[in-house]
Design a protein around this ligand. Structure first.
Ligand SMILES: Cc1cc2nc3c(=O)[nH]c(=O)nc-3n(C[C@H](O)[C@H](O)[C@H](O)COP(=O)(O)OP(=O)(O)OC[C@H]3O[C@@H](n4cnc5c(N)ncnc54)[C@H](O)[C@@H]3O)c2cc1C
Length: 499
């Protein structure tokens, strides 16, 4: 029976673990052990649309305070400067699968030549607007946005909430981990104190102190699909640049660069492969393309995941369990999914761990990581933007794994949703067939079913594009929308995010 939980790590993964367990299972004693000396990863982060749900829906954390203290901006998707088009938008809304009444084919078949304005969120992104307006002029905020958020601000906010919920925080470094029959037997701190618990959450970041180091769980590398292993990160104070409601993913010579938007500053980083470019060369290319960048720092990583996330009495979450580069900003999504499973499983089993529940969790989280790898592989394999040695190698060597059958289906049938139950069942997928097709069509990967719609259908589709464009033009910029939600009379609709 689990009564006492130690969370090792006070980054996003650690505090989200502590809060999720405490809010859902308040009877648990939760202690966070973290070392300020080691610090947190500290890079500006983009999320998926799952994070707002996890925070405000699942955990019920109130929005006004969150916006005041964690200071996020909104993100509607990713703008890919990728492939032969000048850019294309990946959104958190279905772009390909929608279908107009009286039109024989789904939107995807109309998007080969022109990718713009098929979906309101993509149209808003293209005009640097974040929300359409309701008839009364107020922002039409739906549940399909994500956050751009500064890692340190979010963690500080979590820490304050954690203390208010009675979570105990110990500032110390774990020097020694004693193994036992159930997994971990105890943690010894640099203060000499020895801590024991019924369940240990490993949220120690890349160090993976418990799952990786102490329990020696095997690590499955994703290096055959994802060649990048390093990032140089920097940024600058915002000048006259508009606050963009999306992450930019720009093709670079030996990888790609992100741009994440905070209200007062811009966070930029170049993810690259050291097999193709040195740190110095990457830094030079990065600075040349971003002359405003001030200080930079290099972050080393390896992509992949430990085989299991839940081994004995250790549950690993965040970078301690797995990592892929932030091309689709999925890390926090996996953290939230894992924690919802853990909290649900403990609730269901009256705070007991059962091997079958552990195995289910391992399979679900493993499949999630692997789908993310496969989705990112599609980004690399088909990007024809540059002809550098890195991109040539990507186009010839990136392993598609589970995406192979999706690509084959697309090549023969175009962006067809018809057999999705077989190709990629919606209930099992994060990105959905829609997401894979957005990347394939966005990069203009050829298929055999180019559609020439009859004039009446084309007229209907063009009319839809025009209406979407008009609605997006009338939308609000991020500063305009922030002014609304900061107004003393603004209220968030209770239950907006569900439970
Ligand atoms: C370049 C880059 C860009 C990224 N961008 C995104 C993004 O856009 N979107 C996204 O979702 N994710 C992104 N990520 C991933 C993101 O960093 C993580 O998902 C998230 O911040 C969780 O980190 P963490 O809590 O697992 O690790 P960390 O933030 O590293 O926290 C680890 C914690 O463990 C503690 N610790 C470690 N060892 C010990 C010890 N022995 N004793 C005591 N304490 C210890 C540390 O002090 C710290 O508190 C990015 C990662 C990188 C590298």
């Amino acid at each position: 029976m689990i009564r006492d939980v130690i969370v090792l790590g006070g980054g996003t993964a650690g505090f989200l673990s502590a809060l999720t367990l405490k809010i859902k299972l308040p009877q648990l004693r939760i202690r966070v052990v973290r070392s300020r000396e080691i610090g947190i990863i500290g890079v500006g982060e983009g999320s998926t649309s799952d994070l707002p749900y996890h925070l405000h829906g699942f955990l019920g954390l109130e929005q006004t305070r969150f916006y005041r203290e964690a200071r996020p901006t909104w993100k509607l998707g990713v703008r890919f400067e990728w492939g032969p088009r000048s850019h294309f938008n990946y959104t958190f809304t279905p772009q390909m699968a929608s279908q107009l009444e009286g039109v024989r084919k789904t939107h995807g078949y109309f998007m080969w030549d022109d990718f713009e304005d098929c979906d309101i969120n993509s149209a808003l992104m293209s005009r640097s607007k974040v929300f359409a307006r309701l008839q009364n002029g107020l922002p039409d905020i739906r549940r399909n946005f994500a956050y751009h958020i500064e890692n340190a601000w979010m963690v500080e906010y979590f820490e304050r909430i954690a203390v208010e919920h009675g979570i105990e925080i110990t500032e110390a470094t774990v020097d020694h981990v004693e193994r036992g029959e159930k997994g971990v037997a105890s943690l010894t701190l640099n203060t000499g104190e020895r801590l024991t618990a019924d369940l240990y959450i490993d949220a120690s970041g890349f160090r993976s102190e418990l799952l990786g180091k102490a329990l020696e769980e095997p690590f499955d590398s994703y290096a055959d699909a994802l060649f990048c292993d390093r990032a140089v990160a920097g940024g600058w104070e915002r000048g006259a640049e508009p606050i963009l409601p999306y992450t930019v993913a720009e093709t670079m010579d030996s990888g790609w660069a992100w741009q994440i938007e905070h209200e007062q500053h811009i966070n930029r980083g170049y993810v690259y492969s050291t097999a193709f470019i040195s740190d110095d060369e990457a830094e030079q290319e990065f600075r040349k393309k971003n002359p405003s960048v001030k200080n930079t720092r290099i972050v080393k990583f390896r992509t992949g995941r430990y085989r299991r996330c839940w081994v004995g009495n250790v549950f690993a979450v965040g970078n301690a369990h797995g990592f892929v580069e932030p091309l689709e900003a999925t890390a926090i999504f996996v953290i939230c999914q894992a924690l919802r499973f853990l909290a649900g499983a403990l609730e269901e089993n009256d705070c007991r761990i059962s091997p079958t529940m552990q195995a289910s969790c391992d399979r679900i989280i493993r499949n999630l990581w692997d789908e993310i790898r496969d989705f990112l592989a599609v980004h690399y394999r088909f990007n024809t933007r540059l002809d550098t040695p890195f991109w040539q190698a990507c186009r010839s060597d990136v392993a598609l794994h589970g995406a192979e059958s999706i690509v084959q289906h697309y090549r023969e049938n175009g962006p067809s949703m018809f057999a999705q139950l077989d190709v990629l069942p919606p209930s099992t997928s994060l990105f959905q067939l829609d997401g894979f097709y957005t990347l394939l069509l966005g990069q203009k990967v050829p298929h055999d079913r180019l559609y020439s719609p009859p004039p009446a259908e084309l007229a209907k589709f063009n009319d839809h594009r025009i209406r979407t464009a008009v609605a997006s033009k009338a939308g609000l910029t991020i500063p305009e929308a922030l002014a609304y939600i900061r107004h003393p009379q603004w209220t968030w609709t209770p239950g907006f995010f569900g439970k």
